[in-house]
Design a protein around this ligand. Structure first.
Ligand SMILES: [Zn+2]
Length: 356
């Protein structure tokens, strides 16, 4: 699996979550380490990865030495975390260990100092899954944690965490990784693995992953195993992942911009005949048209959504004014809501094209 092989081992290898990394690095360099952290955010955005790097840095032989990059990944403590043999980092998956006995065992373990004499780090993943009793027991430990213990609680559902727990932790909200950030990472993996894949194909993978980098890396693994000899383009990605080629979006917008209704309707038929989901296509198309509109007021934002290449496509659309673009977005948003109830699925889209 590529995502395991290329899991970041130091903070500088991470993409996204700069706000989290900066604060944790600050804690490490000043030596002011908190005793309880809460990492919240969507799956696949780096919570466990960052927790492991932080845990490693805390017990790294270089910890406390000013100006050194942590973790070193060469000392014994670092290597044991990398091998999964560290006794100082205890990982608990609360989804399968949610009972009171597990938390009692955790409490006992927390009283015992770390074998290395450094920090003992407890990483509790999916912490919202703990039972009520377990949560209360955990809270007791968080109220008076032994000095050598650091808790990192991770969750995809922060709204399920009790306010009493929230008041005891330093909270970090992890963001979805943007497609542009993902492309950077996927590109570096592709280069290292000598995978022949073009930028548009990487962007298609990134956009299909909804902010979860791990999903994108899993998708890349899958595509490589299906097409081992390459080259991989957008079409191959769309075929393997069952996606609609993203080149269809600029194509349709281009037809609408130039008022070529015949080609627009023909494209809708092609998509439907190929067995693609029209509702899904329309959603993606609306998102694309929105980015085209955004690119006029905020090019940086639209580039982070659609990738830098999209800017050229957008500037080719300058025959179309803002007002028309807004009308297209509104018309297709309405059409999308009608697809489900239409006797002929492509009819609402055809009517949308005609009415523009
Ligand atoms: Zn080290």
């Amino acid at each position: 699996m590529l995502y395991r092989k290329y899991r970041p081992q130091v903070f500088s290898q991470l993409v996204g979550q700069e706000h989290v990394v900066r604060t944790l690095e600050g804690a490490l360099s000043s030596g002011r380490v908190g005793q309880a952290y809460l990492f919240t955010g969507p799956r696949g955005t780096g919570k466990t990865t960052i927790a492991r790097i932080f845990a490693k840095a805390l017990n790294c032989a270089d910890f406390g030495k000013k100006g050194t990059i942590l973790p070193c990944n060469t000392c014994e403590a670092c290597l044991s975390v990398n091998n999964g043999t560290s006794l100082d980092l205890i990982e608990i998956d609360a989804a399968s260990n949610r009972g009171i006995d597990e938390i009692r065992a955790l409490k006992e373990s927390a009283q015992v100092s770390a074998p290395s004499g450094g920090y003992k780090v407890f990483l509790i993943d999916e912490v919202h899954m703990l039972t009520k009793d377990s949560f209360n027991a955990l809270l007791k430990i968080l109220e008076e944690p032994p000095a050598h213990v650091v808790f990192i609680l991770a969750t995809t559902e922060p709204h399920k965490i009790l306010a009493t727990v929230l008041s005891r932790v330093q909270r970090f909200d992890f963001k979805r990784i943007t497609p542009a950030e993902m492309v950077t990472k996927l590109k570096s993996i592709a280069q290292a693995e000598k995978i022949q894949i073009d930028d548009l194909a990487l962007l298609a993978i990134a956009k299909s992953s909804d902010g979860a980098l791990r999903d994108a890396e899993v998708a890349l693994t899958k595509i490589r195993s299906m097409i081992p000899s390459g080259p991989i383009g957008e079409k191959e990605v769309a075929d393997v992942l069952g996606l609609i080629p993203i080149s269809y979006h600029p194509k349709l917008l281009g037809f609408l911009a130039s008022g070529d209704k015949a080609s627009a309707v023909a494209l809708i038929h092609t998509i439907h005949d190929a067995g693609m989901d029209l509702e899904h296509f329309t959603k993606e198309f609306i998102s694309y048209a929105r980015s085209a509109l955004l690119s006029r007021v905020n090019p940086t934002l639209s580039a982070s959504i659609e990738g830098p290449e999209a800017h050229q496509q957008f500037s080719a659309l300058n025959t179309i004014d803002n007002e028309k673009l807004i009308k297209i977005i509104n018309t297709f948003t309405l059409a999308r809501s009608q697809i489900k109830f239409s006797p002929i699925p492509q009819l609402p889209l055809e009517l949308a094209v005609m009415s523009l």
